[in-house]
Write a protein that binds this ligand. Structure first.
Ligand code: NZQ
Ligand code: ZN
Length: 385
């Protein structure tokens, strides 16, 4: 096992009716800004529960954080929050609202000229306004991690940052808030969480059987509960299990002491940036080709994954590797998520554009062995055509 340090300070408040508990988590005299998306929280009662829990606190609202949150929108929120001297933010929504809020709290305290540099120039965040979250979409794990992915609409760039200052103070996970999710978002959430686990598991063995089995248990639970969530999206137990899987998939716990990949995410973000394809769908396009392309160096873990998660145990090594990748694709497709670029009407010109961008950005050494270069990215994407 590799050396590691681990800290996760996020308080999780899980279960039915738990939105009311935020009353005890936010200082009584806080000047609160609520951030949210396009308005789903107004239709499903979540907004009303949040307002009731905040009681007499002074509240400002910022509505309209879009999926794949835009820097341009978030800077408006920063200005509003500064004008009202906000000292606590409550993000209510999915990964986009939570990621957007992480950027807002960091940008409010940013002393340089342009907070975009936190993303583009990797300027470290040194302080941030405190914030909490009410999660309404199990998928990203953003509710229990410090990462954030922000899009600049003007240039179609989608970049990530993270900081010890951008962990939420608390996150409320009430599975009942997910009852109004469209099936498309449930499918997205399952595939995103599943891929988060694979990014931290399908690398090479370092004799870390506990991490392996924890990762496999999340995969097996998603495999079981995912299809149930599609069939019965208002079943409390199913949605509870799905929600907790998504959080556990990316809260840092399965990553400790093991190598991680993240090349699929890095490449896939470009497809959202350029074409607005849902995050999870871009992962489903890139992952199978990346696994095939790197199957030699990922062999041991791929075979283990195939056997323990999909029951692939017979045939030659090559046959088992292919059967494992096929089982992963079939799982995505049963969730109605397509895995080829052509399914999204994306062609070779996009691959050329991604290669051009990566060369310009100096992208190199992706993946757990730091051996994926721009020419490999081109081949992986070509395999996904
Ligand atoms: O805007 P509203 O009205 O809230 O509607 C949203 C949005 O249209 C809707 N929705 C959310 N909860 C709902 C609901 N509709 C009905 N009922 C509910 N309970 O769902 C739509 C999609 O929401 P969004 O927040 O965009 O989805 P998701 O949670 O999948 O977040 C995706 C974003 O997270 C980033 C992605 O890149 C993308 O920008 N990621 C963040 C990560 C992190 N911070 O660790 C890791 C991930 O890999 C990912 O990159
Ligand atoms: Zn993801």
């Amino acid at each position: 096992m590799n050396n590691f340090t681990f800290i996760n300070p996020v308080k999780i408040i899980f279960g039915k009716g738990q939105i009311a508990a935020i009353a005890d988590e936010i200082p009584a005299d806080a000047r609160v800004m609520i951030t949210y998306g396009g308005g789903s929280i107004k239709e499903n009662g979540v907004y009303d529960q949040v307002i009731a829990a905040l009681g007499n606190r002074s509240i400002v609202e910022f509505k309209g954080i879009e999926p794949n949150p835009h820097y341009e929108t978030l800077m408006q929120a920063v200005n509003l929050a500064k004008r009202h001297r906000i000292d606590f933010i409550l993000a209510v929504g999915g990964g986009s609202v939570i990621d957007g809020t992480k950027f807002i709290v960091a940008a409010m305290e940013y002393e340089g000229e342009d907070a975009w540099d936190i993303l583009a120039k990797k300027v470290p965040v040194t302080k941030a306004v405190p914030f909490g979250t009410v999660l309404t979409l199990p998928a990203t794990g953003s509710e229990m991690n410090s990462g954030s992915v922000i899009t600049r609409a003007e240039t179609k760039e989608k970049l990530a940052f993270g900081s010890p200052f951008t962990f939420p103070k608390f996150s409320v996970l009430d599975p009942e808030t997910t009852y109004t999710l469209p099936l498309r978002q449930i499918s997205n959430g399952i595939v995103d969480a599943f891929t988060h686990v694979l990014e931290q598991y399908l690398t090479y063995p370092v004799n870390a059987p506990l991490q392996d089995r924890m990762a496999e248990s999340i995969l097996l639970t998603l495999k079981e509960e995912g299809p149930k969530a599609i069939l019965n999206p208002q079943d409390y137990d199913t949605m509870s299990n799905f929600m907790w899987c998504a959080t556990m998939a990316l809260n840092g716990i399965i990553r400790v002491g093991v190598p991680t990949d993240w090349a699929t995410h890095y490449i896939a973000h470009e497809l959202t940036a350029l074409h607005g394809i849902d995050h999870a769908r871009t992962l489903a396009i890139v992952l199978p080709s990346l696994l095939r392309y790197k199957q030699e160096t990922k062999k041991e873990k791929l075979l283990q994954y195939g056997e323990r998660v999909w029951g692939v145990s017979s045939g030659t090594e090559d046959e088992r590797l292919e059967a494992t990748i096929q089982a992963t694709i079939a799982f995505f497709e049963t969730l109605d998520i397509k895995t080829k670029l052509k399914d999204y009407e994306v062609g070779e010109d996009t691959i050329r554009e991604i290669v051009r961008r990566f060369e310009e950005r100096g992208v190199k050494n992706l993946g757990e062995r730091a051996d994926i270069q721009v020419k490999d990215v081109e081949e992986i994407l070509t395999m996904s055509l």
